[in-house]
Design a protein around this ligand. Structure first.
Ligand SMILES: [Zn+2]
Length: 68
């Protein structure tokens, strides 16, 4: 896999990932990411994005339930 920005090589790595959305602050300590060995840019694999979206949806559901 190549970096979209500098054409460097992407390597699988684990990194701390922060996500902020609609008042939800999510930190994942050992997120699987692809990291560029040249510019350090981080890409998230598609299946991880899917998993994140599932987590966010569940969080939003539970928050809405508490408010209602
Ligand atoms: Zn790069």
């Amino acid at each position: 896999m190549k970096c979209l920005y500098c054409d460097g090589d992407l390597e699988l790595a684990t990194d701390v990932y922060h996500l902020d959305r609609k008042g939800i602050h999510l930190t994942i300590d050992d997120m699987q990411v692809y990291k560029c060995n040249r510019c350090g840019e981080i890409m998230i694999p598609g299946e991880e994005v899917q998993a994140l979206q599932d987590i966010l949806r569940q969080l939003e559901d539970s928050i809405q339930r508490e408010v209602a």
